[in-house]
Design a protein around this ligand. Structure first.
Ligand code: F7E
Length: 342
């Protein structure tokens, strides 16, 4: 009886969050229309790994093609639209600032315009980001902390964030924005630091490589949660009586160095650090082997040094709390990559 089902459109369905959210919505008995961009290689691997590829109706989508977005909204009149599509790699946003602004800023505006014109009852979720806080003006960051983005990615996302609020206030569109802090999982893309670390350590552990892991700034701190926990908040925001903005975070922060040490422990490494700045190395105490070295190639033109969010409003208003702590997340990721490497 598909007719009675609520319809959710999920852009970016082939990404980390898209897979977890689609799975969550299918369990809630939604009809999931998964929007994906044709042409990317190995597009459906995550959905296949979740075991949900056959249950999602896949539709062509491009954030830069307004006519395509209008047609999708007009034809399907979804109950909910989750905009998870983006150029999401911060480092790449300095190389592709214009594309990033178009996809992450204007792209969200295209969807809002299409909702306004063709499907005004559709509830909209925008994937906002802690990168909007950038050079943080307050610790911890909350829904009222002033923004100070530090990358073309952060600036572009900030535009989409304010458009979302503006369209909600101007046209009475139910548009919510989730300011999600870093959220990881075994499905995370390998360009992001956590998965880069767990993939490489798993390869070292299983003998697939002998090369040290090369990283940039080891001292940056992030508030890392589990993507599987965070998608529930996206949904909860759209079930509430009023559209609003929420910080989604754990309230704890850890450095990149701590993440490597924690993941390394599962491979039997006991890391100590020698040297400083670009000469720093992480060495296994037992074997004397260099496991990590710094490569300035991975430094960013402007760094976000520390992020730590307050999930207080999410708990108070929507009864949401993160379930997965830092150690459990590290363990989940490194064990999954060791399994894959084998
Ligand atoms: O970097 C440092 C790097 O690329 C985290 C995206 O989902 O979360 C993510 O953005 C930190 C930075 O994530 C390497 O300098 C050191 O300080 O894992 P990341 P991100 O930039 O925080 C936010 C919330 C989003 O919205 C984004 O879409 O790690 N770092 N060495 C490194 N980072 C990378 N990628 N590679 C390194 O070798």
């Amino acid at each position: 009886m598909t007719n009675n089902k609520k319809i959710a459109m999920v852009s970016g369905v082939t990404g980390q969050d898209g897979g977890y959210l689609a799975k969550f919505l299918l369990q809630k008995n939604y009809r999931v229309l998964g929007l994906y961009r044709r042409g990317a290689t190995d597009t459906f691997s995550k959905l296949r790994e979740h075991g949900i590829l056959e249950q999602i109706e896949l539709l062509d989508f491009d954030l830069l093609e307004f006519s395509n977005i209008c047609r999708l909204l007009k034809n399907h009149q979804p109950d909910e639209f989750y905009n998870l599509a983006a150029q999401s790699f911060v480092a790449a946003s300095w190389e592709e600032p214009i594309y990033t602004a178009q996809a992450d800023g204007i792209g969200a505006l295209y969807i809002l315009e299409a909702i306004r014109e063709f499907s005004p009852k559709t509830k909209f979720y925008q994937a906002s980001t802690s990168e909007m806080f950038g050079k943080v003006q307050e610790i911890p960051q909350t829904e009222t902390t002033p923004f100070y983005p530090r990358s073309p990615y952060g600036v572009s996302k900030l535009m989409a964030h304010w458009m979302c609020i503006n369209y909600s206030e101007s046209f009475n569109i139910f548009a919510c924005s989730g300011i999600l802090f870093n959220h990881e999982s075994p499905m995370r893309g390998k360009e992001f630091v956590t998965r880069k670390i767990t993939c490489h350590l798993a390869d070292l552990f299983t003998g697939k490589t002998t090369e040290p892991l090369e990283l940039g700034n080891l001292n940056a701190k992030r508030d890392w949660g589990f993507a599987g926990d965070y998608v529930e908040m996206m949904w909860k925001m759209l079930q509430h009586s009023e559209p609003d903005t929420y910080v989604v975070a754990t309230g704890k922060t850890h450095s990149i160095r701590e993440f490597v040490e924690e993941a390394g422990r599962h491979c039997g490494y006991d890391l100590h650090w020698e040297g400083s700045d670009e000469n720093e190395k992480g060495i296994d105490k037992k074997t004397g082997k260099v496991i990590v070295k710094v490569n300035p190639k991975f430094y960013r033109p402007a760094e976000v040094e520390i992020l730590i969010g307050s999930p207080e409003k999410a708990k108070r208003v929507l009864g949401w709390e993160p379930k997965t702590d830092f150690k459990t997340l590290c363990q989940m990721m490194i064990l999954a990559d060791i399994e894959r490497a084998k």
